[in-house]
Design a protein around this ligand. Sequence first.
Ligand SMILES: [Zn+2]
Length: 59
Amino acid sequence: MSERAAPFYCPYCGDEDLRPSEQGHGAWECASCNRAFRLKFLGLLARGVRHDDGGGETI
Ligand SMILES: [Zn+2]
């Protein structure tokens, strides 16, 4: 299984003209600013599940 994260905007110029790169898995190329970058999944955050009890904001 290949779970890939597809970016919608270039993180450098903000353009939407992105295409998968030949560089490998998770690599993308921006046709607008000519940059190539790679997305990498680092892992899950350790903050855990958010609890609603205590310190909840009431409007
Ligand atoms: Zn770009």
